[in-house]
Design a protein around this ligand. Structure first.
Ligand SMILES: [Zn+2]
Ligand SMILES: [Zn+2]
Length: 335
C-alpha cells in the first residue's frame, strides 16, 4: 500500500509498505479521508515530540472496515467509521484514575502506532465509532479535532452568560468558536491575523489583531470588564500575554496550543487576581459527543474542509496547509 512517511526534518515521501496485520482487538480500515493537522506540520518541520523516525504520519481519519480481529464485536466488514488516535493502555496509574487521555503508556497514530495518511491503517476497536451513511469521510475525520476542542471548552469551565476569548484563528480556534455557539455564552470572540480564517468562526465576534499596535484594548472592547475565560489556540507567547491581560479576576486561561519556547507568567497578577492557568491537550472521553457535533447541521463543521487531494498529491497538500493560511482551512487527503 502507499503511505506518507516522515523520514527526517522536512523529508516526507510516499512509500510502498505492506498492508498492516491486525491484532485480535483491532480493525483494519481502508482510509477514506485523513485530514492534515497543525501538529503534522510541526512534526515535519521540527519533530518537537521526538517521534522515532521513520514514521507514517497522520492521526485524524475515517474510513471503511475491511478487516476485523477475532475478539472484536460490534463491527462488520463495510462499516463506515471514524477513529480516535489516542489509545490508552487501561492499566497504568493515570488510566486507573480515570485519566485515560493522559495515559503513561499511550499509543498514538503517527507516533508509536502507524499513522493514517496511508491507504490502510489499523485501530483498536474501542477507538472506533460508526458514522451515519451520509456523512462524508473528510467531515468524519474531524472527530478527534472536535473532541479536543470540546475538552478545551470544558476546561474553560464556562457557565451560561459568561464571555470567552479564543486566541487563534486556525482550524482549532474556529472549531471552538462554532462549538461554543451551543453554550449560551454572552460573548464568543475570536482573535487572529487572517480575515479569511476568521470568517470561518461563523457567528462569533472576530477581531483581526495583525496590524494593531495595542491589541489588548481592541480585544477588550466587546466586554465590560474582561473575559471569564481565554483559550490559547495559537502557539505564541505574545498571544498568551495578550490573552492573559484580557481576563477578569478569577479568570481562567486554557493553554490548548503548545509554546515550545515557553512564556513568562506574571505570577503577581495570578496571585492578586486569583487567576487560573490550566492545560488542555487530549480529550477525556469526548469522542461520542464529538461524533454528535459533526452531525449537527447548525454547526456546519463540514465547511471547514476547504481542500481535498488524493494521497499521491500529499506534497502539494502539505505545502498549502503550511503556507496558504489566507486560502486554506482544513485539507483532507483522500484514500
Ligand atoms: Zn490533530
Ligand atoms: Zn494507561
Amino acid at each position: 500500500m502507499k503511505a506518507v512517511c516522515l523520514k527526517g526534518p522536512r523529508q516526507v515521501e510516499l512509500v510502498d509498505v505492506p498492508v498492516p496485520d491486525i491484532a485480535n482487538d483491532q480493525l483494519l480500515i481502508r482510509m477514506g479521508a485523513s485530514t492534515i493537522c497543525t501538529s503534522d506540520l510541526n512534526d515535519i518541520r521540527a519533530n518537537p515530540f521526538d517521534i522515532p523516525l521513520p514514521v507514517i504520519i497522520g492521526h485524524e481519519a475515517a474510513g471503511t472496515v475491511v478487516g476485523i480481529g477475532q475478539d472484536v464485536t460490534g463491527f462488520s466488514l463495510g462499516d463506515r467509521i471514524t477513529t480516535h488516535p489516542v489509545h490508552p493502555c487501561g492499566y497504568c496509574s493515570a488510566c486507573r484514575e480515570g485519566k485515560q487521555h493522559l495515559c503513561l503508556n499511550m499509543g498514538h497514530f503517527g507516533i508509536d502506532l502507524q499513522g493514517t495518511m496511508a491507504q490502510y491503517y489499523y485501530v483498536r476497536s474501542d477507538r472506533a465509532r460508526h458514522i451515519p451513511d451520509e456523512m462524508p469521510f473528510p467531515l468524519a475525520a474531524l472527530s478527534e479535532p472536535v473532541s479536543v476542542c470540546l475538552e478545551a471548552l470544558a476546561q474553560a469551565k464556562l457557565k451560561a452568560g459568561d464571555s470567552l476569548l479564543i486566541m487563534g484563528d486556525g482550524p482549532f480556534g474556529v472549531l471552538m468558536a462554532r462549538l461554543a455557539q451551543t453554550m449560551d455564552l454572552a460573548h464568543v470572540v475570536v482573535a487572529g491575523w487572517q480575515d479569511f480564517r476568521l470568517s470561518f468562526a461563523k457567528s462569533a465576534q472576530k477581531i483581526n489583531t495583525q496590524h494593531l499596535e495595542e491589541p489588548v484594548p481592541a480585544l477588550l472592547q466587546p466586554v465590560d470588564s474582561g473575559y471569564d475565560a481565554v483559550i490559547l489556540a495559537v502557539g505564541s507567547a505574545q498571544a498568551f500575554h495578550q490573552g492573559f491581560q484580557c481576563l477578569k479576576p478569577k479568570g481562567r486561561l486554557v493553554v490548548f496550543s503548545a509554546i515550545p519556547e515557553g512564556a513568562q507568567v506574571d505570577l503577581m497578577t495570578v496571585h492578586i487576581k486569583e487567576m487560573e492557568i490550566v492545560g488542555a491537550c487530549n480529550d477525556q472521553d469526548r469522542f461520542d459527543e464529538a461524533v454528535q457535533m459533526l452531525t449537527n447541521p447548525a454547526l456546519g463543521i463540514a465547511e471547514l474542509i476547504t481542500h481535498q487531494f488524493p494521497l499521491s498529491q500529499f506534497e502539494q497538500a502539505l505545502h498549502l496547509a503550511e503556507n496558504a493560511h489566507d486560502q486554506v482551512m482544513k485539507i483532507a487527503l483522500i484514500g
